[in-house]
Design a protein around this ligand. Structure first.
Ligand SMILES: *Cc1c(COP(=O)(O)O)cnc(C)c1O
Length: 403
Protein backbone atom coordinates (compact mmCIF):
# COMPACT_ATOMS: atom_id res chain seq x y z
CA UNK A 1 0.00 0.00 0.00
CA UNK A 2 1.38 3.49 -0.79
CA UNK A 3 2.75 5.24 2.27
CA UNK A 4 0.22 8.04 1.93
CA UNK A 5 -2.65 5.62 2.58
CA UNK A 6 -4.80 7.15 5.31
CA UNK A 7 -4.66 5.17 8.54
CA UNK A 8 -8.36 5.62 9.14
CA UNK A 9 -10.40 5.46 6.02
CA UNK A 10 -13.40 4.14 4.21
CA UNK A 11 -13.55 0.48 5.23
CA UNK A 12 -14.19 -0.42 1.59
CA UNK A 13 -11.08 1.33 0.38
CA UNK A 14 -7.90 -0.68 0.25
CA UNK A 15 -5.93 1.59 -2.07
CA UNK A 16 -4.07 4.80 -1.28
CA UNK A 17 -5.78 8.14 -1.26
CA UNK A 18 -4.09 9.47 -4.40
CA UNK A 19 -5.03 6.31 -6.30
CA UNK A 20 -8.64 6.61 -5.25
CA UNK A 21 -8.73 10.31 -6.16
CA UNK A 22 -7.45 9.45 -9.63
CA UNK A 23 -10.18 6.89 -10.25
CA UNK A 24 -13.25 7.87 -8.21
CA UNK A 25 -16.34 9.10 -10.04
CA UNK A 26 -15.19 8.08 -13.50
CA UNK A 27 -17.42 5.08 -14.12
CA UNK A 28 -20.71 5.51 -15.93
CA UNK A 29 -20.35 9.20 -16.63
CA UNK A 30 -21.34 9.03 -20.33
CA UNK A 31 -17.88 10.28 -21.31
CA UNK A 32 -17.66 8.20 -24.55
CA UNK A 33 -14.16 7.05 -23.64
CA UNK A 34 -12.80 10.44 -22.70
CA UNK A 35 -10.96 10.42 -19.38
CA UNK A 36 -13.09 13.14 -17.82
CA UNK A 37 -16.87 13.45 -17.68
CA UNK A 38 -18.41 16.19 -19.78
CA UNK A 39 -20.02 19.27 -18.30
CA UNK A 40 -23.73 18.58 -18.62
CA UNK A 41 -25.35 21.99 -18.43
CA UNK A 42 -29.09 21.99 -18.55
CA UNK A 43 -32.51 22.79 -17.26
CA UNK A 44 -34.83 20.65 -19.41
CA UNK A 45 -34.33 16.89 -19.55
CA UNK A 46 -36.37 15.28 -22.33
CA UNK A 47 -38.43 12.17 -21.50
CA UNK A 48 -39.04 9.31 -23.94
CA UNK A 49 -42.81 9.48 -23.32
CA UNK A 50 -45.38 10.96 -20.93
CA UNK A 51 -45.56 7.87 -18.72
CA UNK A 52 -41.80 8.05 -18.13
CA UNK A 53 -42.20 11.61 -16.92
CA UNK A 54 -44.68 10.47 -14.30
CA UNK A 55 -42.55 7.51 -13.21
CA UNK A 56 -39.28 9.44 -13.03
CA UNK A 57 -40.72 12.23 -10.90
CA UNK A 58 -41.18 9.81 -7.99
CA UNK A 59 -37.51 9.04 -7.89
CA UNK A 60 -35.92 12.41 -8.41
CA UNK A 61 -33.31 12.18 -5.63
CA UNK A 62 -32.04 8.82 -6.74
CA UNK A 63 -29.92 9.75 -9.72
CA UNK A 64 -32.81 9.80 -12.12
CA UNK A 65 -32.30 12.75 -14.42
CA UNK A 66 -35.60 14.60 -14.51
CA UNK A 67 -34.64 18.26 -14.49
CA UNK A 68 -31.46 20.30 -14.07
CA UNK A 69 -31.96 20.79 -10.33
CA UNK A 70 -32.11 17.01 -9.78
CA UNK A 71 -28.49 16.85 -10.97
CA UNK A 72 -26.74 15.16 -13.87
CA UNK A 73 -23.62 13.15 -14.70
CA UNK A 74 -21.15 15.88 -13.70
CA UNK A 75 -22.78 16.12 -10.26
CA UNK A 76 -22.87 12.36 -9.75
CA UNK A 77 -19.15 12.07 -10.53
CA UNK A 78 -18.26 14.73 -7.96
CA UNK A 79 -20.64 13.29 -5.36
CA UNK A 80 -18.81 9.96 -5.66
CA UNK A 81 -15.45 11.69 -5.28
CA UNK A 82 -16.55 13.53 -2.14
CA UNK A 83 -17.94 10.33 -0.59
CA UNK A 84 -14.57 8.73 -1.30
CA UNK A 85 -12.73 11.63 0.39
CA UNK A 86 -14.80 11.47 3.58
CA UNK A 87 -15.84 7.82 3.70
CA UNK A 88 -19.52 8.75 3.41
CA UNK A 89 -22.31 7.08 1.50
CA UNK A 90 -24.31 9.96 -0.03
CA UNK A 91 -23.52 13.58 -0.83
CA UNK A 92 -25.51 16.72 -1.66
CA UNK A 93 -23.69 19.45 -3.60
CA UNK A 94 -24.57 23.11 -3.09
CA UNK A 95 -23.31 26.37 -4.57
CA UNK A 96 -21.03 27.50 -1.71
CA UNK A 97 -19.39 26.16 1.42
CA UNK A 98 -21.64 28.49 3.37
CA UNK A 99 -24.76 26.88 1.88
CA UNK A 100 -23.33 23.53 3.03
CA UNK A 101 -23.32 25.02 6.56
CA UNK A 102 -26.81 26.53 6.45
CA UNK A 103 -28.77 23.77 4.65
CA UNK A 104 -28.28 21.05 7.31
CA UNK A 105 -28.97 23.55 10.11
CA UNK A 106 -32.30 24.43 8.48
CA UNK A 107 -32.98 20.76 7.70
CA UNK A 108 -32.67 19.50 11.27
CA UNK A 109 -33.95 22.47 13.33
CA UNK A 110 -37.39 23.98 13.61
CA UNK A 111 -39.15 26.60 15.74
CA UNK A 112 -38.90 25.92 19.46
CA UNK A 113 -35.76 23.80 19.13
CA UNK A 114 -32.22 24.36 20.33
CA UNK A 115 -28.77 24.15 18.77
CA UNK A 116 -25.29 23.98 20.31
CA UNK A 117 -22.57 25.69 18.31
CA UNK A 118 -18.84 26.05 19.08
CA UNK A 119 -17.69 29.58 19.83
CA UNK A 120 -14.99 29.13 17.18
CA UNK A 121 -17.50 28.43 14.39
CA UNK A 122 -16.85 29.86 10.91
CA UNK A 123 -18.16 33.44 11.20
CA UNK A 124 -21.03 33.26 8.67
CA UNK A 125 -22.23 30.10 10.50
CA UNK A 126 -22.58 32.23 13.62
CA UNK A 127 -24.47 34.80 11.56
CA UNK A 128 -27.25 32.43 10.53
CA UNK A 129 -27.60 31.24 14.15
CA UNK A 130 -27.96 34.77 15.50
CA UNK A 131 -29.88 35.94 12.41
CA UNK A 132 -32.36 33.78 10.50
CA UNK A 133 -32.42 30.90 13.00
CA UNK A 134 -33.23 33.28 15.87
CA UNK A 135 -35.89 34.95 13.73
CA UNK A 136 -37.44 31.52 13.06
CA UNK A 137 -37.56 30.72 16.79
CA UNK A 138 -34.51 28.46 16.99
CA UNK A 139 -32.25 29.13 19.97
CA UNK A 140 -28.47 28.64 19.85
CA UNK A 141 -26.04 28.29 22.74
CA UNK A 142 -22.41 28.94 21.85
CA UNK A 143 -20.03 26.67 23.76
CA UNK A 144 -16.31 26.56 24.48
CA UNK A 145 -15.02 24.32 21.64
CA UNK A 146 -12.61 22.49 23.96
CA UNK A 147 -15.23 21.05 26.34
CA UNK A 148 -15.86 17.30 26.58
CA UNK A 149 -18.69 14.83 27.02
CA UNK A 150 -19.90 15.83 30.50
CA UNK A 151 -19.96 19.56 29.71
CA UNK A 152 -21.81 18.99 26.42
CA UNK A 153 -24.26 16.70 28.23
CA UNK A 154 -24.87 19.50 30.75
CA UNK A 155 -25.67 21.95 27.93
CA UNK A 156 -28.10 19.56 26.22
CA UNK A 157 -31.79 20.35 26.62
CA UNK A 158 -34.76 18.10 25.78
CA UNK A 159 -35.23 20.20 22.62
CA UNK A 160 -31.55 20.20 21.51
CA UNK A 161 -31.63 18.70 18.00
CA UNK A 162 -28.24 19.71 16.61
CA UNK A 163 -24.77 19.75 18.11
CA UNK A 164 -22.65 21.60 15.57
CA UNK A 165 -18.88 21.12 15.48
CA UNK A 166 -15.88 22.44 13.57
CA UNK A 167 -12.40 21.17 14.33
CA UNK A 168 -10.09 23.00 14.39
CA UNK A 169 -12.04 26.21 14.94
CA UNK A 170 -11.97 29.02 12.41
CA UNK A 171 -9.06 31.44 13.06
CA UNK A 172 -8.33 30.18 16.61
CA UNK A 173 -7.63 26.50 15.72
CA UNK A 174 -8.96 24.78 18.87
CA UNK A 175 -9.44 21.04 18.30
CA UNK A 176 -12.64 19.40 19.47
CA UNK A 177 -13.02 15.96 21.05
CA UNK A 178 -15.54 14.89 18.40
CA UNK A 179 -16.17 11.31 19.64
CA UNK A 180 -16.86 12.58 23.19
CA UNK A 181 -19.14 15.35 21.91
CA UNK A 182 -20.95 12.88 19.63
CA UNK A 183 -21.62 10.51 22.55
CA UNK A 184 -23.26 13.29 24.55
CA UNK A 185 -25.20 14.55 21.54
CA UNK A 186 -26.52 11.13 20.55
CA UNK A 187 -27.42 10.27 24.16
CA UNK A 188 -29.60 13.40 24.11
CA UNK A 189 -31.16 12.62 20.73
CA UNK A 190 -29.32 15.28 18.70
CA UNK A 191 -27.57 15.05 15.33
CA UNK A 192 -23.86 15.87 15.07
CA UNK A 193 -22.97 18.23 12.22
CA UNK A 194 -19.33 18.93 11.49
CA UNK A 195 -17.55 21.44 9.28
CA UNK A 196 -14.64 19.25 8.13
CA UNK A 197 -13.08 21.72 5.68
CA UNK A 198 -9.73 21.85 7.52
CA UNK A 199 -9.56 18.07 8.04
CA UNK A 200 -10.62 17.15 4.46
CA UNK A 201 -9.60 13.47 4.41
CA UNK A 202 -7.16 13.75 7.32
CA UNK A 203 -10.15 13.48 9.66
CA UNK A 204 -12.69 10.78 8.81
CA UNK A 205 -15.89 12.20 10.29
CA UNK A 206 -18.12 9.12 10.20
CA UNK A 207 -15.58 7.03 12.11
CA UNK A 208 -15.80 9.54 14.96
CA UNK A 209 -19.56 9.77 15.40
CA UNK A 210 -20.42 12.60 12.99
CA UNK A 211 -23.79 12.30 11.22
CA UNK A 212 -23.41 15.04 8.61
CA UNK A 213 -20.10 16.36 7.27
CA UNK A 214 -19.72 19.75 5.65
CA UNK A 215 -16.92 20.76 3.28
CA UNK A 216 -16.17 24.03 1.55
CA UNK A 217 -14.91 22.51 -1.73
CA UNK A 218 -13.88 26.09 -2.46
CA UNK A 219 -10.73 25.35 -0.46
CA UNK A 220 -8.30 22.47 -1.24
CA UNK A 221 -10.62 20.41 -3.47
CA UNK A 222 -11.10 23.34 -5.86
CA UNK A 223 -7.54 24.28 -5.02
CA UNK A 224 -7.07 27.14 -7.48
CA UNK A 225 -9.08 30.03 -5.95
CA UNK A 226 -11.42 29.99 -8.94
CA UNK A 227 -14.53 28.19 -7.72
CA UNK A 228 -17.12 28.38 -4.92
CA UNK A 229 -18.78 25.08 -3.98
CA UNK A 230 -19.95 23.11 -0.95
CA UNK A 231 -20.72 19.50 -0.08
CA UNK A 232 -22.92 17.93 2.58
CA UNK A 233 -22.07 14.26 3.09
CA UNK A 234 -24.00 11.72 5.13
CA UNK A 235 -23.38 8.25 6.40
CA UNK A 236 -26.98 7.04 6.06
CA UNK A 237 -29.65 7.16 3.38
CA UNK A 238 -32.08 8.57 5.98
CA UNK A 239 -29.92 11.62 6.68
CA UNK A 240 -29.26 12.02 2.96
CA UNK A 241 -32.98 12.28 2.22
CA UNK A 242 -33.49 14.87 5.00
CA UNK A 243 -30.68 17.04 3.58
CA UNK A 244 -31.63 16.46 -0.06
CA UNK A 245 -35.25 17.42 0.62
CA UNK A 246 -34.24 20.60 2.46
CA UNK A 247 -31.77 21.61 -0.27
CA UNK A 248 -34.40 20.82 -2.92
CA UNK A 249 -37.13 22.79 -1.17
CA UNK A 250 -34.87 25.83 -0.89
CA UNK A 251 -33.75 25.53 -4.53
CA UNK A 252 -30.08 24.87 -3.83
CA UNK A 253 -28.01 23.78 -6.81
CA UNK A 254 -24.37 23.43 -7.76
CA UNK A 255 -23.42 24.67 -11.22
CA UNK A 256 -22.10 21.83 -13.45
CA UNK A 257 -19.13 23.95 -14.58
CA UNK A 258 -18.13 24.44 -10.95
CA UNK A 259 -18.53 20.72 -10.26
CA UNK A 260 -16.24 20.02 -13.21
CA UNK A 261 -13.61 22.40 -11.79
CA UNK A 262 -13.87 20.68 -8.39
CA UNK A 263 -13.48 17.26 -10.07
CA UNK A 264 -10.37 18.51 -11.85
CA UNK A 265 -9.06 19.85 -8.55
CA UNK A 266 -9.76 16.60 -6.69
CA UNK A 267 -7.49 14.58 -8.98
CA UNK A 268 -4.40 16.49 -7.83
CA UNK A 269 -5.62 17.36 -4.34
CA UNK A 270 -3.76 14.55 -2.49
CA UNK A 271 -0.45 15.70 -3.98
CA UNK A 272 -1.08 19.39 -3.41
CA UNK A 273 -2.32 18.80 0.11
CA UNK A 274 0.70 16.71 1.07
CA UNK A 275 3.07 19.33 -0.33
CA UNK A 276 1.21 22.17 1.37
CA UNK A 277 1.06 20.24 4.65
CA UNK A 278 4.86 19.87 4.63
CA UNK A 279 5.46 23.51 3.65
CA UNK A 280 2.90 24.69 6.21
CA UNK A 281 4.64 22.74 8.99
CA UNK A 282 8.05 24.03 7.89
CA UNK A 283 6.86 27.66 8.01
CA UNK A 284 4.97 27.11 11.29
CA UNK A 285 8.11 25.64 12.91
CA UNK A 286 10.18 28.52 11.56
CA UNK A 287 7.76 31.01 13.15
CA UNK A 288 8.11 29.14 16.47
CA UNK A 289 11.79 29.97 16.46
CA UNK A 290 11.28 33.70 15.88
CA UNK A 291 11.47 36.11 18.85
CA UNK A 292 8.71 38.34 17.39
CA UNK A 293 6.20 35.48 17.63
CA UNK A 294 4.71 34.48 20.98
CA UNK A 295 3.06 31.25 19.77
CA UNK A 296 1.87 29.43 16.68
CA UNK A 297 -1.66 28.04 16.44
CA UNK A 298 -1.14 24.82 14.46
CA UNK A 299 -2.77 21.57 15.65
CA UNK A 300 0.04 19.53 14.05
CA UNK A 301 2.71 21.06 16.30
CA UNK A 302 3.45 19.51 19.72
CA UNK A 303 3.03 23.00 21.27
CA UNK A 304 -0.68 23.05 20.36
CA UNK A 305 -2.83 22.64 23.51
CA UNK A 306 -4.90 19.82 21.93
CA UNK A 307 -2.06 18.15 20.02
CA UNK A 308 -2.94 14.84 21.74
CA UNK A 309 -6.35 14.92 20.02
CA UNK A 310 -4.63 15.67 16.72
CA UNK A 311 -2.42 12.61 17.10
CA UNK A 312 -5.39 10.46 18.09
CA UNK A 313 -7.89 11.54 15.41
CA UNK A 314 -6.05 13.10 12.44
CA UNK A 315 -3.73 11.54 9.88
CA UNK A 316 -2.30 14.89 8.78
CA UNK A 317 -2.89 18.60 8.56
CA UNK A 318 -3.54 21.22 5.92
CA UNK A 319 -1.57 24.45 5.49
CA UNK A 320 -3.76 26.93 7.39
CA UNK A 321 -2.63 28.12 10.83
CA UNK A 322 -2.28 31.20 13.04
CA UNK A 323 0.61 33.20 14.47
CA UNK A 324 0.31 35.26 17.64
CA UNK A 325 2.71 38.19 17.84
CA UNK A 326 4.40 39.28 21.06
CA UNK A 327 2.04 41.64 22.93
CA UNK A 328 4.40 44.60 22.44
CA UNK A 329 3.50 44.85 18.75
CA UNK A 330 0.68 47.20 17.79
CA UNK A 331 -1.96 46.63 15.14
CA UNK A 332 -0.27 49.21 12.90
CA UNK A 333 3.07 47.41 13.17
CA UNK A 334 1.54 44.03 12.33
CA UNK A 335 -0.39 45.58 9.43
CA UNK A 336 2.97 46.94 8.24
CA UNK A 337 4.40 43.41 8.37
CA UNK A 338 1.50 42.01 6.28
CA UNK A 339 1.64 44.88 3.79
CA UNK A 340 5.39 44.34 3.30
CA UNK A 341 4.97 40.74 2.12
CA UNK A 342 5.46 40.19 -1.61
CA UNK A 343 4.35 36.54 -1.89
CA UNK A 344 1.39 36.58 0.52
CA UNK A 345 -1.93 37.95 -0.74
CA UNK A 346 -4.30 39.73 1.63
CA UNK A 347 -7.61 38.00 1.12
CA UNK A 348 -10.25 35.67 2.52
CA UNK A 349 -10.60 31.97 1.69
CA UNK A 350 -7.71 29.48 1.57
CA UNK A 351 -6.76 26.12 0.09
CA UNK A 352 -5.60 27.59 -3.22
CA UNK A 353 -2.12 27.32 -4.76
CA UNK A 354 -1.11 30.74 -3.45
CA UNK A 355 -0.12 31.94 0.02
CA UNK A 356 -2.23 34.37 2.04
CA UNK A 357 -1.98 36.38 5.26
CA UNK A 358 -5.03 37.82 6.99
CA UNK A 359 -5.45 39.52 10.38
CA UNK A 360 -7.55 37.58 12.91
CA UNK A 361 -7.58 40.13 15.75
CA UNK A 362 -10.54 42.46 15.33
CA UNK A 363 -12.17 40.21 12.73
CA UNK A 364 -13.62 37.45 14.90
CA UNK A 365 -16.54 37.25 17.35
CA UNK A 366 -16.39 35.16 20.52
CA UNK A 367 -19.15 35.15 23.17
CA UNK A 368 -18.49 32.00 25.24
CA UNK A 369 -14.70 32.34 25.31
CA UNK A 370 -12.22 35.21 25.08
CA UNK A 371 -11.17 36.60 21.71
CA UNK A 372 -7.89 37.77 23.26
CA UNK A 373 -5.14 35.39 22.20
CA UNK A 374 -2.47 37.34 24.08
CA UNK A 375 -1.18 39.30 21.11
CA UNK A 376 -2.11 40.42 17.62
CA UNK A 377 -2.97 37.31 15.59
CA UNK A 378 -2.59 36.67 11.86
CA UNK A 379 -3.92 33.72 9.87
CA UNK A 380 -1.43 32.26 7.41
CA UNK A 381 -2.21 30.07 4.41
CA UNK A 382 0.75 28.38 2.74
CA UNK A 383 0.43 27.70 -0.98
CA UNK A 384 2.55 25.79 -3.47
CA UNK A 385 5.40 28.30 -3.74
CA UNK A 386 8.92 27.13 -2.82
CA UNK A 387 9.09 27.19 0.94
CA UNK A 388 12.52 28.88 0.99
CA UNK A 389 11.11 31.84 -0.92
CA UNK A 390 8.15 32.09 1.45
CA UNK A 391 10.41 32.09 4.51
CA UNK A 392 12.71 34.70 2.95
CA UNK A 393 9.69 36.92 2.31
CA UNK A 394 8.40 36.47 5.88
CA UNK A 395 11.89 37.17 7.25
CA UNK A 396 12.14 40.52 5.45
CA UNK A 397 8.57 41.24 6.69
CA UNK A 398 9.50 40.60 10.34
CA UNK A 399 12.55 42.84 9.83
CA UNK A 400 10.15 45.79 9.31
CA UNK A 401 9.02 45.46 12.97
CA UNK A 402 10.67 47.58 15.67
CA UNK A 403 13.16 45.60 17.74
C1 LIG B 1 -14.54 29.12 3.60
C2 LIG B 1 -15.24 28.32 4.61
C3 LIG B 1 -16.59 28.00 4.47
C4 LIG B 1 -17.46 28.58 3.39
O1 LIG B 1 -17.06 28.31 2.09
P1 LIG B 1 -17.49 29.30 0.90
O2 LIG B 1 -17.43 28.41 -0.29
O3 LIG B 1 -16.49 30.41 0.88
O4 LIG B 1 -18.88 29.79 1.19
C5 LIG B 1 -17.15 27.18 5.42
N1 LIG B 1 -16.44 26.69 6.46
C6 LIG B 1 -15.14 27.00 6.62
C7 LIG B 1 -14.41 26.44 7.78
C8 LIG B 1 -14.51 27.83 5.71
O5 LIG B 1 -13.23 28.17 5.91
Amino acid sequence: MPDDAPKMTNPHATQGFATRMSHAGRAGTHAHGFVNPAVHRGSTVLMPNVRARKEFAKDRYNRVMTYGTAGGPTHYALEDVICEIEGGTRCVLVGTGLAAVTVPLMAYLKAGEHCLMPDSVYGPGRNIATGLMTAYGIETTFYDPTIGEAEIAALMRPNTKVVYTESPGSHTFELQDIPAIARAAHAGGAKVLMDNTWGIHNFMPFQHGVDVSIQALTKYVGGHSDVLLGSITTNTEEDYLIIRNAAGQMGHFAAPDDCWLALRGARTMPVRLKHQEQSGLAVARWFEGRPEIQRVLHPGLPSHPQHALFKRDFTGSCSLFGIVFQPRYTEAEVFGFIDSLALFGIGASWGGFESLALPTTGFITRTATSDDLGGFTVRIHIGLEDVGDLIADLEQGLATLPK
